[in-house]
Ligand binder design. Structure first.
Ligand SMILES: Cc1cc2nc3c(=O)[nH]c(=O)nc-3n(C[C@H](O)[C@H](O)[C@H](O)COP(=O)(O)OP(=O)(O)OC[C@H]3O[C@@H](n4cnc5c(N)ncnc54)[C@H](O)[C@@H]3O)c2cc1C
Length: 472
């Protein structure tokens, strides 16, 4: 099967040594890619594994894959691209396990649910390996035409930082995936176990086709993101259990397109997604949407300061040895629940025009469910009623992965900080051969770890580490 591979790991070309010979585009890419290596100094002491950490199965060398990536969203897809194109691995030697056939399924679903049209991140953050690839991407005539017809900012970049439109970003991502054959290395499934074997790991996964299957690989990357844990306040969970029309905009099973009609909607949240979904619903029913927020709007262009993309902030972060202090820095520096100046402007205009109603609530709401399935809750002296409530309350703050990862942590003795998140080494290994990315790499990569920039930063660490290893 797919595991019959032994493509040797080829060291990536040495970018620093080669820099003199690079053209201006390549030089810029190299500069950006190697910036995040600050913090590679450091040591690592993994815990002790339990006897149950070992698989009882034996895998011949010929069945060992080189890499298995768990999670095929933005980050996992980027890593598969990097491994194939930069590290020279064969397609046969890599597999990406993800519950969806289509790469970036959740990214696309959430973006559509909230109704976003422009990305928050700059044009250099994308799935290709050259910085300017998205800037230079020429969409097909058909797409350009459809963009003209809709008359929206469909294929544009927004200043400052050239933030791309969602359509452009997605078309470019699709082109990168197709050009590099990244769809063909995916396995549809949900990872549910991780064990040690001679020379690597055994990953168990479940799928519709088979109850439990295993793959053996020399190395694993965990790229599972946060998307399995939308944050549901307790009162909303109770309402949902009672059959109330309450949904979370970041629930993987929720689709705004399939939601049906509503008479009055309340959006609960105060960040970018809340503003965007309120505006999107108001297009459907102007004047019938209320945005209920518990805090004043926090306006920030990005979800962390751009200085986190550079050396200085990362250097001081890397010099902080205490993981609890690193967590404090991340919490302080991530602009959780913030929105962009453009979204604020658009929302203000909608409120001024009576298209969206804005209410500020001081305490957690305690809505009541009426006999006809409608919801109502008190705000000040009056009551707001609705037949649709959408939560835009982000993700839970806990470590993602759930039960199977908890088990692996216990059995493999994987070190975690008091906040529950991994303490990987500077090369992002949680134990030799087991790599983390996204939120799982946050304590090493800082506040941008969850974003596309975090994937680039993780990729650079991986590359540096493997290059150093290959050099001996
Ligand atoms: C509305 C919205 C807008 C955003 N805009 C931006 C932006 O403009 N710029 C930016 O940089 N970031 C943005 N972000 C952050 C964004 O989520 C990340 O950049 C990106 O989606 C993270 O990619 P990921 O691969 O870590 O997570 P995801 O895209 O969520 O992918 C993770 C994948 O792992 C899979 N998975 C989970 N558990 C398992 C398992 N056990 N086995 C197999 N597969 C598993 C999931 O099903 C999913 O397919 C935005 C987020 C949201 C919600």
């Amino acid at each position: 099967m797919e595991g019959k591979v032994r493509a040797p790991l080829r060291a990536p070309a040495a970018p620093i040594a080669r820099r003199a010979a690079l053209g201006p585009d390549e030089a810029q890419t190299a500069r950006r890619r190697w910036l995040p290596l600050v913090g590679m100094e450091g040591t690592f002491a993994p815990g002790r594994e339990a006897p149950s950490a070992f698989s009882t199965r034996r895998y011949p060398d010929s069945e060992l894959l080189e890499w298995v990536i768990v999670g095929g969203g933005i980050q996992g897809t980027y890593f598969s691209h990097l491994l194939i194109r930069r590290f020279g691995l064969s397609h046969r030697s890599i597999r990406v396990i993800d519950p969806y056939d289509e790469p970036l399924h959740r990214w696309k679903r959430f973006a559509d649910n909230v109704g976003m049209t422009m990305l928050r991140s700059p044009a250099v953050h994308h799935l290709d390996l050259a910085s300017l690839s998205l800037k230079r991407f020429a969409p097909s005539a058909r797409l350009r035409q459809s963009a003209d017809v809709r008359g929206e900012r469909v294929l544009s970049f927004l200043a400052p930082y050239g933030r791309p439109s969602l359509q452009l970003f997605n078309r470019h991502a699709e082109e990168v995936i197709q050009r590099n054959g990244l769809g063909g290395i995916r396995i549809r499934g949900l990872a549910c176990g991780l064990r040690l074997i001679d020379g690597g790991f055994e990953v168990c996964y479940v799928s519709d086709a088979a109850p439990e299957t295993t793959l053996a690989s020399r190395r694993i990357i965990l790229a599972i993101g946060m998307s399995d844990q939308p944050c549901w306040p307790q009162w909303a969970l109770s309402l949902r259990a009672a059959g109330a029309p309450v949904f979370h905009i970041l629930d993987p099973d929720f689709s705004r397109r399939r939601m049906g009609d509503f008479r009055e909607a309340i959006v609960y949240g105060g960040g970018l997604s809340a503003a965007q979904v309120a505006l999107a619903l108001a297009k459907q029913r102007p004047g019938r949407v209320t945005l209920a927020t518990r805090h004043d709007f926090r306006v920030h262009l990005f979800d962390s300061e751009p200085s986190w993309q550079g050396q200085n902030f990362m250097r001081s972060f890397a010099h902080e040895p205490d993981p609890s202090k690193r967590r404090e820095i991340i919490t302080r520096e991530r602009h959780r629940g913030s929105l962009t100046p453009e979204a604020r402007e658009e929302l203000d205009a909608a409120v001024a025009g009576g298209i969206v109603r804005l209410v500020r609530i001081e305490e957690e709401p305690s809505p009541e469910l009426g006999a006809q399935g409608e919801l109502s809750f008190a705000v000040g002296g009056s009551r707001i009623r609705c037949d649709l409530m959408i939560l835009a309350t982000g993700y839970e703050r806990k470590r993602p992965g759930g039960e199977w990862l908890d088990r692996a942590i216990g059995e493999l003795g994987l070190p975690c900080a008091p906040c529950g998140f991994p303490i990987p080494d500077p090369s992002l290994q949680w134990r030799p051969g087991l790599y983390v990315s996204g939120p799982l790499a946050e304590l090493e990569l800082g506040p941008v770890a969850r974003n596309i920039a975090g994937a680039h930063r993780a990729g650079a660490r991986l590359e540096y580490h493997l290059l150093e290893k290959a050099r001996g």
